[in-house]
Design a binder for this molecule. Structure first.
Ligand code: FE
Ligand code: MN
Length: 330
């Protein structure tokens, strides 16, 4: 049995299953089901329209994070559908990939919903990935390092090609979804903790919960490919991956300093930079690579936000169940 390059795999025959972790991630994804319309935006709209409710720095931070995520979600979705799905023919993994693709559609929809409800200029938001250097740099970095799997005729036969494919998986799952999303998550959740833009904050919380599953699936996929093809896991290849992650941390820190100017009450860019290092160490460990930073987590509340199966909504009056069947915002 092997997860890629297995000519005995019938993509249409899902039972019996070989990779039960893929099935588990699928079920966990379904249990997290949500749609953006479930979250009321009225308070956000009022704050956004009130010139005194948010400072110019806070507005910038919100716009930049909406700008980064609005297009990053599509980049991720394209990679799943056009690259990963093509080469991972194992049916239980494909079932998960279809689920993930749907969740990316929900995330894309979330940013449409945010733009619509706040009355933002789509031309501004959806061109930030071209016009704002620290956003552009992140997107270009991922696109560049995953380019080879998009070349016509690319296949995963042979150790060199398997390495290229693992490069792609590290690029999207570990770096894009696992590092480049996290300074933004922390910024929007830090604002939410101050009761600022709590609707968008809750949307980001739900997206983060989905993304932590995407990352878990991606890491399991990478680890399985490596376990089944141990010859690709050379010291050079590992050093190459660590190097990419270090470059990604550098870009994400630059983004954090850029998107989060000094002067926002209780929020300072240095903490986001530390958080990025902390997160990067967790990602390295998850795929069997050595830690680089040994930085302490400046935001212990972030892990609570990811892990909690339920949480109080922002009125703090009732507990909102995350699980399907318990959703009630009425
Ligand atoms: Fe997403
Ligand atoms: Mn994702």
């Amino acid at each position: 049995m092997s997860i890629i390059n297995n000519n005995k795999t019938d993509p249409n025959k899902i039972l019996p299953m070989t990779y039960l972790w893929a099935r588990q991630h699928y079920k966990d994804g379904v249990a997290n089901n949500w749609t953006p319309e479930e979250i009321p935006m009225q308070d956000d709209i009022e704050q956004w329209k009130n010139p005194r409710a948010l400072s110019p720095q806070e507005r910038k931070l919100i716009l930049w994070n909406l700008g980064f995520f609005s297009t990053a979600e599509s980049l991720t979705a394209n990679n799943i559908v056009l690259a990963v799905y093509n080469h991972v023919t194992n049916p239980e993994c494909r079932q998960y990939l279809l689920r993930q693709a749907y969740e990316e559609a929900i995330h894309t929809d979330t940013f449409i919903y945010c733009c619509d409800s706040l009355g933002l200029d789509p031309e501004e938001i959806y061109t930030m990935y071209l016009n704002i250097p620290s956003i552009k740099d992140k997107d270009e970095f991922v696109v560049e390092l995953t380019k080879s799997v998009f070349e016509p005729g690319f296949n995963t036969i042979g150790n060199h090609n398997i390495q290229k494919f693992v490069h792609d998986l590290v690029g999207y799952y570990v770096i894009m979804e696992g590092i480049f999303f996290y300074a933004g998550f922390a910024m929007m959740l830090a604002l939410k903790r101050q009761r600022k833009m709590t609707g968008i904050g809750q949307q980001f919380e739900y997206i983060m919960r989905d993304e932590s599953l995407h990352l878990a699936f991606g890491a399991d996929l990478i680890n399985t490919i490596v376990a089944e093809n141990p010859v690709i896991w050379t010291p050079d290849f590992k050093a190459d991956l660590v190097d990419l992650i270090k470059k990604a941390v550098h870009l994400e820190k630059a983004y954090a300093y850029d998107a989060c100017p000094e002067g926002i009450l209780g929020i300072n860019p240095r903490q986001f930079a530390d958080y990025v290092e902390y997160i990067a160490d967790r990602r390295l460990e998850r795929i069997g690579l050595p830690k680089v930073y040994e930085t302490e987590n400046p935001f212990p509340w972030m892990s609570t936000a990811i892990d909690l199966p339920k949480e109080k909504n922002f009125f703090e009056t009732r507990v909102t169940e995350y699980q399907v069947g318990g959703l009630s915002w009425d």
